[in-house]
Design a protein around this ligand. Structure first.
Ligand code: ADE
Ligand code: ZN
Length: 334
């Protein structure tokens, strides 16, 4: 059995995948046509040219420019279903068993798409994935931190029924990290928690932003995990805190390389986190943009760190334990 086969068969959970970031060029162009959406004049005109452009993002902002153009081709409930279903099929083929998935309602509602269409399409794909692929999942709604706080608060209000019914089980914070520190969104997180006390909370922090953003996400938003968080290593006290509080970091290796957070996977502080006892999971972030799904991220880390099968069992186990599924499902995955 090759290491790749071993890693494929390892039951994998992913906690950091943006559904809009699973939009492959092979779906983007047909959807643009189907929905009569015109792309910018200077946009690459073929899937091949687009893949080539995705190979040289300068930073997070450069990526987000393409990411938001991509979101514009999504209009109908069926589009959101097609997007998520394509992701589930690809990831399940790589040994994905459980996914906690982000979506960005504001990238759609600002274009007049109803939140019902977005969540409805995603929900339907989640149900099919569970029935046909045995993949369980949860939806996490993210706020776009580059938008005005009152708009984010209105988005939280509009999601009240989905929080109350449990259709959306988590709240997150994404988009351009700097200069938008977590504490700007304290009221948004408080309001969402009033709608649903059981709501799970997370936030992107410590990707391009400093370690202090990780601290304020924990202290002021009440984040129960941190998305990326790799820059926590710049603060030794924070590393100790993450370990003692058993706070999961959702690390995205191929994303960090493509967005030039690091120049190579081996520069990521993964061994340091392991040694310090900080739990982390390995995730694809925006797989259509960063050149790999969940197994591809595991393989890239294996090529960089050369871990034993025992260490890999520990890493995959930490991802199961850090998941937001119930204990029964965790037992199945361990
Ligand atoms: N939106 C999609 N992917 C993101 C990332 N890696 N960081 C911030 N916002 C995002
Ligand atoms: Zn992300």
């Amino acid at each position: 059995q090759t290491m790749r086969d071993f890693l494929r068969e390892l039951p994998k959970c992913e906690h950091h995948v943006h559904l809009e970031g699973t939009l492959e060029p092979d779906l983007l162009f047909p959807l643009a046509k189907r929905n009569n959406v015109s792309l910018p004049a200077d946009f690459p005109s073929s899937a091949e040219a687009l893949h080539e452009r995705y190979n040289r993002f300068a930073d997070l902002a450069d990526f987000l420019h393409f990411y938001y153009i991509g979101t514009n081709v999504l209009l109908l409930e069926q589009d959101f279903f097609d997007l998520a279903w394509a992701y589930f099929q690809r990831a399940a083929a790589q040994g994905l068993r459980h996914a906690e998935m982000f979506f960005d309602p504001q990238s759609h509602t600002t274009r007049g798409v109803a939140l019902d269409a977005v969540v409805g399409g995603f929900r339907r794909a989640c149900e099919r994935a569970e029935t046909e692929l045995g993949v369980t999942s949860k939806l996490i709604m993210c706020l776009l931190r580059h938008l005005p706080v009152p708009e984010c608060l209105a988005t939280v209000q509009s999601a009240q029924p989905f929080f109350e019914s449990g259709t959306v089980q988590g709240l997150g914070l994404d988009s351009a990290e700097r200069p938008f520190p977590p504490e700007l969104f304290t009221e948004c997180y408080e309001q969402a928690r009033r709608f649903q006390p059981e709501l799970r909370l997370t936030a992107h922090a410590g990707e391009e932003g400093p370690a202090s953003y990780v601290t304020t996400a924990l202290d002021l938003l009440g984040a129960q995990r941190i998305d990326h968080g790799v820059r926590c290593v710049e603060d030794a006290a924070l590393v100790a805190r993450l370990a003692s509080s058993d706070t999961l970091l959702t690390v995205c290796p191929l994303s960090n390389v493509r967005l030039q957070v690091v120049q190579h996977v081996r520069e990521l502080p993964l061994q340091k986190l392991l040694d310090a006892g900080v739990p982390f999971s390995l995730n694809s972030d925006d797989p259509a943009y960063f050149g790999g799904y969940v197994l591809d991220n595991y393989v890239a880390v294996q090529q960089a760190f050369g871990w034993s099968r025992q260490t890999w069992a520990r890493v995959a186990g930490a991802a199961v334990r850090g998941s937001w599924c119930d204990d029964k499902r965790k037992t199945e995955l361990l």
